[in-house]
Design a protein around this ligand. Sequence first.
Ligand SMILES: Cc1ncc(COP(=O)(O)O)c(C=O)c1O
Length: 359
Amino acid sequence: MPPICMTSTYVQDAPGKPRNGFEYSRTQNVTRFALQDALTEMEGGACGFTFTSGMAAIHTLLLTLKPGDRIVAANDLYGGTHRLFSKVMSRFGLIFDFIDTTVPEQLENLPADTRLLYLETPSNPLLNITCLESAVAAARKVGAEVAVDNTFATPYLQSPLQFGADYVIHSTTKYIAGHSDVVGGALIARSEKKKEDIWFHQNSAGTVNSPFDAFLTLRGLRTLHVRMDRHCQNAGMLAEWLQGHSKVERVIYPGLKNHPQHGVAKQQMRDFGGMVGFELPGGMPQATDLVKHTKLFALAESLGGVESLIELPAPMTHASVPPEQRQAIGIADGLVRLSVGIEDGEDLRRDLELALEAV
Ligand SMILES: Cc1ncc(COP(=O)(O)O)c(C=O)c1O
C-alpha cells in the first residue's frame, strides 16, 4: 500500500538541491502522486492533478485562462460550479455564456471566440446527457477546448477523453472516494500541453489535497467498479419502480427508455449510474414531507457514497442558482434527487414505498 507521507518538507542534500526532486509537500507528495497517477490512468489521460475539492479543480482549470476569454458552459451544472462561474470568476474578466448543450442548434453555434466549452454529463441534478462526440466537434469548429465534469458517471461508466474532450473534472468526494468521508477533486488532461500551466497554478494557489485525504480516496478507488455495478443495479430498479408508482408524477433516469437522451446515454456510457430524480404532484410541500419519512435514505447533500441519500436540489444543492434560472432550465422546486447507495435494493424500495404511503 502507498504510505501516507505526512511530511510538509524534505531534507535537501545541499542548498537548492532537493533529494530526488522532493522539496515541499504542496509541490510534491508521494501519496498524492499515487492518486493522481491512478486517476490519470483510469481516465486515459496524459497528466492529472488532485485537489482539496472538486471546486478547487474547476477553479484551477479556469486559472489557466486569461481575462477576456469566453467560456460557454452548460446551463444545467452543479450549483457551486454555477456560482463559481457567475459570481466569482466573472469578476476577474472571464466571460461566461450558458447554453443548453443537449440542443444541437445551441451547441453548433458557439461564438467564434469561445476558448472553453464546459459541461456535465449526466448533469446535476437533471441528469441531462450531452452527446460528447457532438460537443467535441462543435468546440473544434471554433478552436475551443472541452472540459467534462465526469463526477456522476466516473471513469468506470464513461471516458470523455476517448471522445476527444481535453479535460475531465471530478469531485472525488463522490463515487471515486465513495464513502462520504473525504472531500477532494481531480483535473485530468488528455495531452501534456497544459501540464506545466496546471501544475503552476495548483502550486501557486496551494489547493492540494492532504496525504491522508489522498490515501482515503485511493482506498475508495479500489472498489469503484464493484460499487458502481451495485449503484447502477439499485438505481435502475428503483427508477422503473418509481415510474410505475401512482403517487409519482415524473421520473428522471438516463436508463429509462423515455429519458429524452436515452439513446445518447446508451452510446457513450457503459451503464446509467446511481442518481435518480423524481417529482410528486404536490410539489415542494409534498417533497418536503416525503424526505421526513425515509429512514434508509438520509436527508443530506452530496452523493456517490455507499449509503443512500435523498435531497431537494432547489433549497439545498442548487440554492445558489437564482430561482428564475432554476425554473427556466426545469429544476422544479419539488424535484427530489436520490443518490442510490449499495444497500439491499429491496430494503431501499421498501423505504421509499413506506415514505410515499405516508405523504
Ligand atoms: C457534478 C459536481 N461537480 C463538482 C462538484 C463540486 O465538488 P466538491 O463538493 O468536491 O467541491 C459537485 C459537488 O456536489 C458536483 O456534484
